[in-house]
Design a binder for this molecule. Structure first.
Ligand code: DAH
Length: 358
């Protein structure tokens, strides 16, 4: 029994020392002193009142162990009181500026910013330049020069915000007008990407937001054809989503490209890797896949060969030059890459979600 007591008392001593280390104010000190030394309910008194449980032979030794604890606690508390003062004064001495600072939460970049930089890095490595354009754009650049004339139905799909008193100005509906700005100001050859915000008069839901982010790409040179577009997007998607990704080009329609293609990638979760049969085909998608919903494909961007009329509108001779363009939504890329089910989650600034990335 005496051995058990010795062990217990040693434990009490250790936790007393730990508490001493954490002391931060005279108030803490007073309540600690109470807890250990109060006559009636103090920890030391409680041990003393247990003395009667010991046999006559063990009692003296037990008393000695408890009294040693009492003396240790008293002495330590007196020393602290002498050094730092008690609740009756000298509170400023309780601040020990030599202690290490408590942990500060470390910030990290928002997922949208992080993905934008990843995309930029990949294209910079392919020799592209970054060109930034204004968010308030000329209607002419946002629509007309991109081969979307007034009354064209494609304008309705991208209904936006016009500036009161300035019929010719709007919040750009996509980053594509940067193509126009760049072509008007530069002579080919060039290759650029243009990341930034875009705006549409959409009601927010799981896949729409009135303000969102896109990255536009444009390359113009002599002798550019569709295989250059395919090769570039393949290089990008494989670096970004994984080396085994397969791309699918579906015919699409954009007024500013001809031909146009919507690009899907094979689902990286369930059919991302090519089948091991050696036939170059894809592994069959999982019907209950959370990422692609069983289709095996994920739509990620729009692209095409720059329409000759767009080149002409921007002072470039389509007989001499050709080019390709592409545009992708950064939110969409983030949702696909990380399986984010609802775009609004990205704007709620809930650190539990944002803290998972980056
Ligand atoms: N601007 C298009 C949109 O917002 C995306 C796009 C599609 C951009 C095809 C392109 C392109 O440059 O070639 O829906």
């Amino acid at each position: 029994m005496i051995d058990e007591l010795k062990k217990e008392i040693e434990g009490v001593k250790q936790s007393f020392l730990r508490e001493i280390e954490q002391l931060q104010s005279p108030e803490n000190f007073t309540s600690l002193k109470e807890r250990y030394l109060s006559r009636k309910k103090g920890i030391v008194s409680q041990y003393l009142s247990r003395l009667k449980e010991f046999s006559a032979a063990e009692k003296p030794q037990a008393g000695q162990v408890i009294n040693l604890l009492k003396a240790f606690v008293e002495k330590t508390l007196v020393q602290i009181e002498e050094k730092c003062g008690s609740s009756s004064g000298g509170a400023e001495k309780w601040n020990d500026y030599s202690l290490p600072a408590s942990d500060l939460p470390v910030g990290r970049f928002h997922l949208i910013a992080a993905i934008k930089w990843q995309i930029e890095d990949l294209f910079l490595n392919l020799g592209y330049e970054i060109a930034l354009g204004p968010e308030v754009e000329l209607e002419d650049y946002n629509f007309t020069k991109l081969n979307i004339p007034e009354h064209h139905p494609a304008r309705d799909e991208q209904d936006t915000f016009f500036l009161e008193g300035h019929d010719e100005l709007l919040l750009r509906t996509h980053t594509s007008p940067m193509q126009v700005r760049y072509m008007l100001a530069h002579k080919p050859p060039f290759k650029i990407i243009s990341p930034g915000k875009a705006f549409r008069k959409d009601d927010p839901d799981a896949t729409h937001s009135p303000c969102f982010h896109q990255v536009e790409g444009l390359l113009v040179d002599r002798g550019i054809h569709f295989s250059h577009l395919k090769g570039t997007l393949e290089a990008f998607c494989r670096s970004f989503y994984g080396p085994d990704i397969v791309l699918r080009f579906r015919p699409g329609y954009f007024p500013f490209t001809e031909p146009s293609a919507e690009v899907d990638i094979s689902c990286f979760l369930c059919s991302g890797s090519r089948s091991h049969k050696g036939d170059g085909g894809l592994a069959a998608p999982q019907p209950d896949c959370k990422v692609c919903k069983g289709s095996g494909w994920l739509e990620i961007l729009g692209s095409g060969m720059v329409h000759p009329q767009v080149l002409r509108n921007c002072g470039i001779d389509p007989e001499e030059y050709s080019g390709f363009a592409f545009g992708m939504g950064i939110e969409r890329v983030a949702m696909v890459k990380y399986g984010v089910p609802d775009l609004r989650l990205l704007y709620e600034n809930d650190l539990r979600l944002l803290g998972q990335f980056g």
